[in-house]
Design a binder for this molecule. Structure first.
Ligand code: NIG
Ligand code: FE
Length: 408
């Protein structure tokens, strides 16, 4: 068995204080910091032990030992919201936006999500799998060990299935990042169904989701519930079907306008509702009194030049807040999760324990995986991530730098 003993870690972040809690109101105790810490890690079995370097059990002192003096070690990062299954780019649209066009204007003119759909529908399965594999490798370099991956640029049964198959193929090719897949057939309304939304709704509920469930191609179902996309009633219908088929629910909500998506996500027991730039006070309290995670995507707000989500309001009212990249070709083009953490500090007013919880344990909660990812404790998976220094903010204090390569 391949075991590594990381010892003399100046600042070992275990997240022990978050385990078993609902990830709400993280404080310094939540991070379970151990100075001069050690982690015994097996690639196959995950964390075998974590504690003080002086207390490593004798029976575990076999394996390669790495001296981690001068380093902070974190639980592997969790990127709980990404869209890696796409071909092409939207550099031209970015440039149009910088000259004054809005995201919605571009979408109405046939650009936006639909322009990526055009490209992605034409991409072969192997090409998509290659693109996704490269994106997994890049996420790994930024410290991501568990990543959610959405379809949603297929927007037609076979292209959606091709995207989900490509996600599975990529995850078999590159195993250092654990992948959980999401069917986001309800990403936009396909042009050919613009005047006939009900037919497309039936295609999603009676064709696409049942096939995805039968072939075990996804763990979650997501809906873009927003102005100009899916209505509250349509989202409810898709969620009801998805639940019956055994999927967990995730939602893009209250991003472009307040439509009451946070309330619906909480009511239906979704694992998370993501974006929330325009969430209302009633949405905030619905989330605070539910176990639905509020996932904030500050890279998207920056890239769209929108005011940030009300992170302080959400955290202070008791909601569980996660942070993710939203990596996609239109509204956020970075996979650098440590940079997302920097944005959370600069733009969302989040504290260091809140940010670290957001990219680890709370991200795992947003995926229903908090029992196995997001902490450095016995039985947890995901190789630790390292940064230079002795303070937990080290990983995001260095602007846009990302994580260190494993000191192994
Ligand atoms: O999360 N909001 C919906 N979907 C993506 C944007 C996708 C795109 O513009 O291509 C998002 O921001
Ligand atoms: Fe998204």
């Amino acid at each position: 068995m391949e075991t590594t003993i990381y010892k003399n870690i100046d600042c070992l972040v275990t997240n022990s204080g978050l385990i078993g809690t609902k990830g709400t109101r993280p404080n310094e105790d939540s991070l379970g910091i151990i100075s001069k810490g050690a982690v015994v890690f097996s690639k196959k079995k995950g964390v075998l032990w974590a504690g003080r370097s002086s207390a490593i059990p004798r029976s575990l002192r076999i394996g390669k030992t790495v001296d981690c003096k001068g380093l902070v070690a974190y639980p592997g990062f969790v990127d709980s919201h990404t869209h890696p299954a796409f071909d092409g780019d939207r550099a031209k649209e970015f440039s149009m936006r910088m000259e004054g066009a809005t995201y919605q204007e571009i979408a109405h003119a046939g650009g936006g999500i639909l322009s990526t759909v055009n490209k992605t529908q034409k991409a072969s399965a192997p090409k998509l799998a290659d693109l996704i594999t490269k994106r997994l490798e890049s996420a790994h370099r930024y410290g991501v060990r568990l990543m959610e991956a959405k379809s949603g640029y297929g927007l037609e049964k076979h292209a959606e299935l091709r995207s989900l198959n490509a996600i599975q193929a990529a995850s078999k090719k590159f195993r250092n990042v654990k992948i959980r897949a999401t069917c986001l057939a309800a990403h936009a309304i396909p042009v050919e169904y613009k005047e006939n939304r009900d037919t497309w709704m039936n295609e999603i509920c009676e064709e696409i989701l049942p096939t995805v469930a039968r072939r075990s191609l996804a763990d979650y179902v997501d809906v873009f519930c927003d102005e100009g996309y899916y209505t509250i009633d349509e989202s409810r219908k898709i969620f009801t079907t998805a639940k019956k088929l055994g999927f967990h629910l995730k939602m893009h909500g209250d991003e472009l306008a307040n439509t009451g998506s946070a309330e619906l996500a909480a009511e239906m027991g979704a694992l998370s509702v993501d974006h929330l730039l325009k969430v209302s006070d009633s949405g905030v309290s619905a989330l605070a009194s539910s176990s639905t995670v509020a996932t904030l995507l500050p890279g998207t707000a920056l890239f769209l030049r929108e005011p940030p989500a009300p992170a302080r309001k959400l955290i202070d009212s008791g909601a569980c807040v996660a942070l993710a990249s939203d990596f996609n070709p239109g509204s956020c083009t970075t996979q650098n999760l440590p940079f997302i953490a920097t944005l959370a500090a600069l733009h969302l007013g989040m504290t260091c324990p809140e940010i670290i919880a957001g990219i680890t344990y709370n991200g795992a909660r947003a995926l229903g995986m908090a029992g196995t990812y997001g902490a450095l404790a016995e039985g947890y998976m995901g190789e630790p991530v390292f940064a230079e220094g002795d303070h937990p903010a080290a990983i995001y204090y260095r602007l846009a730098q990302g994580a260190l390569p494993n000191p192994l």
